[in-house]
Design a protein around this ligand. Structure first.
Ligand code: BDR
Ligand code: CA
Length: 335
């Protein structure tokens, strides 16, 4: 059995990732820890409970975590995920906030990791604030984990090979951000936390970057079949997903051009990597860190291709994956 702790900023794709984990055989979700990101941490707790309810899994504990990043103010992604994080679809039967655990998320993460030392994989699909706080409270926290799966970061693109061979491995052209020019949302929302995690979590770390997820799009035709399943979970997903689908392609789902050749469930790729060992077919092992200053580069992940930083720990940056396996996991999530 794979034991998971899931740290979310429960927007629509976090919900999809949680549902994927709950549907997977031989996976045990020990708890959901919440962090501010796509929406406020209170909404994130509520959304996580809503997801657990539709899956009939309200016995899984939900913990409230950080309401702001380490520095500065919280970002939000309300324009994409809806102001409440789940598409602003009305839900008068949402579980009461009394179901949120009294124990805080960071304390719970540390406790659960100690109780199952060496067995827990942590899947982080929001800003990394709770993880950074956990290692500050307990410096041994990362070594208690079996592995860490992150959805986040941009991939710096190196200069093309027609340039000088030495420059070829050292010159950065650009990273393709989705929130700032060079930063992906989860890293842009808390660059300091991302820095702490990539530099201090020495457990095996797998990163599903924004570019990787964009390269792994699923066709809209699959999306329609996925949502058309005759189940309570599929009806729930249809409601919460409507808002972001409209933003993606203005409702023209049949027009592949408008929808950008498919849809991306970013957080589900990190989850798929955690629950299915055969999902990732290629990754790059490289030392990574995070840019903390820079007019356009704050929050950008930096790949130390030449090993100039002399870091012993290397992360696994996802490069290729088996999308047929991914489709099967997605389908099962709404069954
Ligand atoms: C990431 O940011 C959030 O909007 C999504 O939930 C995902 O975790 C994509 O950049
Ligand atoms: Ca997320």
């Amino acid at each position: 059995v794979k034991k998971l702790l899931v740290d979310v900023d429960c927007g629509v794709d976090d919900a999809q990732a949680i549902m994927m984990a709950l549907a997977a055989p031989d996976v045990q979700v020990l708890g959901i820890t919440c962090v501010s990101g796509n929406t406020t941490v209170d909404n994130v707790c509520r959304n996580s409970l809503r997801v657990l309810k539709v899956c009939g899994r309200l016995e899984i504990p939900v913990f409230r975590g950080a309401s702001k990043p380490i520095l500065g103010n919280a970002l939000s992604a309300g324009h994409f995920h809806g102001q409440d994080g789940l598409g602003d679809a009305p839900d008068s039967h949402a579980p009461s906030s009394e179901m949120i655990q009294k124990e805080g998320a960071v304390a719970a993460m540390i406790r659960i990791a100690r109780e199952h030392a060496g067995e827990v994989s942590l899947v982080a699909t929001g800003p990394l604030t709770n993880l950074a706080l956990a290692v500050r409270l307990d410096p041994t926290f990362p070594e208690l984990l079996k592995s860490l799966y992150i959805m986040g970061a941009t991939l710096t693109v190196r200069s093309p090979s027609f340039l000088h061979p030495f420059l070829c491995t050292s010159v950065v052209l650009n990273a393709r951000g989705n929130t700032t020019v060079c930063a992906e949302f989860n890293f842009a929302a808390d660059p300091e936390a991302a820095y702490v995690v990539l530099n201090e979590f020495l457990c095996p770390t797998y990163i599903a970057t924004w570019e990787f997820t964009c390269r792994s799009k699923l066709p809209w035709e699959f999306c329609h079949r996925w949502l058309a399943q005759d189940t309570e979970k599929a009806r729930f997903m249809k409601q919460i997903f409507r808002h972001s689908m409209e933003v993606c392609c203005g409702g023209h789902f049949d027009n592949e051009m408008v929808g950008g050749q498919g849809f991306v469930s970013c957080d589900s790729y990190a989850m798929a990597a955690a629950i299915d060992d055969a999902f990732v077919t290629a990754c790059k092992r490289v030392a990574v860190t995070v840019e903390l200053t820079g007019t356009h580069t704050r929050g950008m992940m930096v790949l130390d291709n030449l090993e100039l930083l002399k870091k012993k720990h290397k992360a696994f940056v996802l490069e290729e994956a088996d999308l047929e396996r991914f489709k099967a996991l997605m389908m099962a999530a709404l069954k």
